[in-house]
Design a binder for this molecule. Sequence first.
Ligand code: ATP
Ligand code: FE2
Length: 331
Amino acid sequence: MNKYILGIESTAHTFGVAVVDFEGDILSNVKDSYVTETGGLIPLEVRKHHRRVADEVFKKALNDAGVEEKEIEVIAFSNAPGLAPCLLEGMDFSKRLAERLNVPVVCVNHCIAHLEIGDSVGAKDPVMLYASGANTQIIAYEAGKYRVFGETLDLGVGNFIDTFARYAGLGFPGGPKIQELAEECKTKDKLIELPYSIKGMDVAFSGLQTKLKNLRDKGVDIRDLSYSIQEIIFAMLVEATERALAHTGKKELLLGGGVACNSRLQKMCKIMCKERGVKFFCPDKSLLVDNAGMIGYLGLKMFKAGIFEKDLEKVDIAPRERTDDVEVSWK
Ligand code: ATP
Ligand code: FE2
């Protein structure tokens, strides 16, 4: 009989369930994300959303994979980091299911899952640029742990883009719209001067936000602004990432997070990698954004290394767990 692990994601706006077989193949990866016009995120509302969609997402994941629930051997869920109400919903769902099926549970760190999924596209020991809505971090493995070499000092790059896009009346999510507008820019040779804020391997965006709002108020063309925003913020991210590559001596770059879907960011990363003789890896969009496939994928590695819990009383969420809090004993 084949063996399967269930992955469950619920750290923020996405509730996802995936079925992964014991070879590490992701057989299904279903999600339902809470979205609002404004992009605002009220944790208790998101929790209600997750509760409402959970059973349906779970059934679809089983269906898509052609697997019955009694074939599930273990459940992996993202217990950290994230919004407590969202994490609790994912944990309660996982525990109820684990009890019913009498299977153990694996607690997975969401950020590390973004990195470990790179292995499925061939990245063995990368520096990861994790650029999503809430997170902007440069992470790599060193001496038994995943370490954060650089990060945003204020808000995540996706939230930064979304905030400006909302201000400019572009709706939510802003990232894809800013990309589209940037591609329509006619004055690509005339970059608008914007604050470039990088300290070592850390970046900051809030000064830039103020300046952009001023320029928008003065009537600067939104296509020109979009183009310059992308050039500046992605140059900051690429420069910080390049420093992390130089610092660690690693020869692989991996992208993760929703903002990594941006083709301009991907292109800038590729150019930098080519110049440095570094291999570039970018998973499919479905594995870049928040998803349960990556949770199941890492959960499987941890389970095989003996990291799981049978006593559900001992399983808990860890909303503020940092990437380097996790002992990486599965590698
Ligand atoms: P996390 O919990 O990991 O921080 P998240 O909840 O913010 O993740 P993701 O799905 O990883 O969610 O990413 C969503 C973000 O990605 C949004 O801010 C969105 O604007 C941005 N985004 C999506 N596509 C693009 C794109 N083509 N260019 C730039 N940004 C994009
Ligand atoms: Fe994420």
